[in-house]
Ligand binder design. Structure first.
Ligand SMILES: [Zn+2]
Length: 440
């Protein structure tokens, strides 16, 4: 028995057979568009069913719905601009009926949406079904008390059965071939999901190492993952003793890097301090919170024009892409390459033009970069490809960004907007109250 304290294991076979059967039923119901509630239907009314639903309810003033929109936006922009090397922890709530929710949306509602709207291909469907099964495994673990001393670890590699082109279309980060590591369990007494993105290639263009690395990681944890496909590995989450996860997902990232032969978050990069890395990510999130608010406001402001769930996801993708391109011009922490190579050229141009006081050309370059945005954040969401027309009415040339410090008053993390008054004159307004007019 004592060996179990330091070894991961898969879910008990007997339970897993039942979980798979339940998943099959759930998937069938989702595809038939039937109501997918299976417990406590009276609680469903107040629940938020999708991002679309959250935007609508937030527009009516529901604060919980707004938090859900903010959470979607935050995840989006962090993943969009940093495709490997980020950790994030989100709380989960267990309601009185024992159902798990994240900002008012139940986990099975999230899965139902993925099955109905995001799983467009056979390959994506296999992954989505595995993720749905993991929701039911989480319920099982919670009900059986397994989460008292274990966490559920899902290793989600980039697809291994799709072309790069199809993967890019499905929203995978093909430059980094990112693998998501998710730890669901109790951290400091709070049920939460702790996740990290690690790269599957040491450098862009190199051969993938993630399969080999994950097999070695499995060996270290005590589970044999040899010969399993990416979808099969999603479908066999591990129960890992909490004693091995004192720093949550960071402990697994360390192991992943060891197994990859000494990488940092899967990449050939100068190592940073793991112990302070979570703080670095939190600081970055805090720094960008002005952007989260701006994107959330814009989405909620458009509530009346959003027709359905797919439209809501596409609009988030579009608005977040636009905002983060603007941010990238003023924020060297963001690699312009994440927006695709054409946008990257325009962003580099805009940086130089702004630097040399050529503000009008900079704003024009920013708009061009926005038009060619190829960034996306959601590995399963149906994405509108960049470069399409539409929404051109907001070609005012205005832009906004979070500034590390206001050059006027020295205040930190200032949300700053640039307004084009004329070809010659621009007005720069800081959230701190400072206003500056510039020519050029
Ligand atoms: Zn100021």
């Amino acid at each position: 028995m004592s060996a179990l304290l330091h070894e991961a294991r898969v879910f008990p076979e007997q339970a897993d057979v039942e979980i798979r059967a339940r998943t099959a039923q759930f998937v069938g119901a989702c595809l038939a568009s039937r109501e997918v509630t299976f417990e406590a239907p009276e609680l469903v009314m107040s629940r938020i069913e999708s991002l679309h639903d959250a935007i609508q309810k937030a527009a009516e003033g529901n604060p919980e719905a707004r938090r859900l929109v903010e959470s979607n936006v935050r995840t989006d922009i962090m993943e969009r601009t940093r495709k490997a090397g980020h950790v994030n922890r989100e709380p989960l709530m267990v309601d009185e009926a024992g159902r798990i929710q994240q900002f008012g949306q139940s986990l099975e509602s999230v899965q139902a949406n993925s099955i109905r709207y995001a799983a467009n291909t056979g390959q994506m469907f296999g992954r989505t079904r595995a993720e749905a099964a993991n929701t039911f495994r989480t319920y099982y673990a919670l009900q059986q008390g397994l989460l008292e001393d274990h966490s559920i670890v899902v290793l989600s590699r980039a697809a291994d059965d799709m072309s790069d082109k199809d993967m890019a279309e499905a929203g995978f980060f093909v430059d980094t071939m990112s693998c998501s590591i998710q730890v669901t369990g109790y951290q400091d007494g709070q049920l939460c999901v702790d996740s990290a993105m690690v790269a599957g290639v040491r450098q862009k263009g190199q051969a993938r190492h993630d399969q080999e690395t994950i097999v070695k990681l499995g060996q270290k944890l005590g589970v044999d993952l040899t010969g399993k496909t990416a979808a099969e590995i999603i479908d066999m989450p591990l129960l890992v003793p909490n004693s091995m996860l004192s720093d949550g997902v960071i402990d697994l990232v360390k192991l992943y890097d060891e197994c990859a032969g000494g990488t940092f978050f899967g990449q050939d990069k100068p190592p940073e301090n793991y112990d302070t890395f979570r703080q670095t990510c939190q600081d970055r999130e805090a720094f960008l919170s002005g952007k989260v608010q701006a994107i959330t406001d814009e989405l909620i402001g458009a509530a009346a024009t959003i027709t359905d769930r797919v439209h809501a996801t596409k609009l988030l993708n579009k608005i977040a892409g636009k905002h983060m391109i603007q941010q990238a011009v003023f924020d060297t922490q963001i690699d312009p390459a994440v927006f695709g190579h054409i946008s990257a050229i325009h962003i580099e141009q805009a940086r130089q033009q702004w630097e040399s006081g050529n503000y009008d050309d900079a704003l024009t370059s920013i708009k061009q970069a926005e038009r060619h945005d190829k960034s996306s954040s959601c590995p399963s969401g149906p994405m509108s490809s960049g470069g399409e027309s539409g929404g051109s009415k907001e070609e005012s040339g205005d832009c906004s960004f979070v500034s590390k410090t206001c050059p006027e008053c020295g205040k930190k993390n200032v949300y700053t907007t640039v307004k084009r008054l004329s070809a010659k004159s621009k007005k720069i307004t800081g959230g701190c109250g400072c206003v500056k007019f510039v020519n050029g």
